[in-house]
Design a protein around this ligand. Structure first.
Ligand SMILES: O=P(O)(O)OC[C@@H](O)[C@@H](O)c1c[nH]c2ccccc12
Length: 264
């Protein structure tokens, strides 16, 4: 059966053909000093928060369709986010690369390009649009291709958040040498969400000495305590922030210390 991930990748292949046709000059926005998420993680003893600009998704439909990326980015920055993630996929998530550029130009935080990247042309586009980090989803391609794209991104001076959902994908990710592993609690094939995925994969990630970001389905302070207890260094939150009527309270409550957050 064709999964949603298959459908998205079919669409991406069309977009990539267009990207290859238009030889857009990859002028970078790197007038600013480099914005590194990894150095923030190395320095910090507080949970890192990646706050996502997410208008819509295939599983939820419209989430917050009228919000402007620059307004949301200013709130995220003000309330303590460490990175802003921007969905750039248009067909399924109603995002765009110009959303990413707006965010990059509005705040001085590192910006993550959240897309389904399977080709170098998309990485060049992300960089030219202002990304500091990109997402690479292990489930979207084979291990050899993953390593090529990972190395290409590093050459472009981008950091990489590598996303996994099970043990096999994690093994493939670790082999690339990536420092940042994102554990997606949502199965991209069934949309089922379970924080237990973070708990299951955390020991191997910690043992390998990599940073662990728990992604998806995190809505409450209790959820955050749970993933910190499992060993998360950071979280990635979209829907709960985009729909909250008390974003300040929620985001600040989630910025917990990494030690002492769990009552013994
Ligand atoms: O809205 P949530 O449940 O907080 O999830 C955010 C983020 O993890 C999710 O948007 C996501 C994780 N991996 C992805 C890959 C592609 C698109 C989207 C995603």
């Amino acid at each position: 059966m064709e999964t949603i991930l298959d459908k998205i990748l079919t669409e991406k292949r069309k977009e990539i053909m267009e990207l290859h046709k238009g030889k857009e000059a990859a002028q970078t926005l790197d007038k600013h000093p480099k914005r590194s998420f990894i150095s923030r993680l190395e320095a910090g003893d507080e949970l890192a928060v990646i706050a996502e600009f997410k208008r819509a998704s295939p599983s939820k439909g419209d989430i917050n369709i009228s919000q402007k990326p620059e307004d949301q980015a200013l709130f995220y920055k003000k309330f303590g986010a460490d990175v802003i993630s921007v969905l750039t996929d248009n067909t399924f998530f109603k995002g765009s690369f110009s959303d990413l550029t707006s965010v990059r130009e509005t705040v001085d935080l590192p910006v993550l390009c959240k897309d389904f990247i399977i080709d170098e042309a998309q990485i060049i586009k992300a960089k030219a649009s202002g990304a500091n980090l990109i997402l690479l989803i292990v489930a979207a391609m084979g291990g050899g291709r993953l390593k090529e794209l990972y190395d290409f991104a590093l050459e472009q001076e981008l950091e990489v958040l590598m996303e996994v959902h099970n043990e096999e994908e994690l093994e493939t990710a670790l082999e690339t040498g990536t420092k940042l592993i994102g554990v997606n609690n949502r199965n991209l094939k069934t949309f089922e969400v379970d924080l237990e995925v973070t708990e299951r994969l955390a020991p191997a990630i910690k043992k390998a000495g990599r940073f662990l970001i728990s992604e998806s389905g995190i809505k409450t302070e209790e959820d955050v305590q749970r993933v910190i207890a499992a060993g998360a260094n950071g979280i990635l939150v979209g829907e709960a922030f985009m729909t909250s009527n008390n974003l300040e309270g929620l985001l600040k409550a989630m910025k917990l210390p990494l030690r002492g957050a769990v009552k013994q």
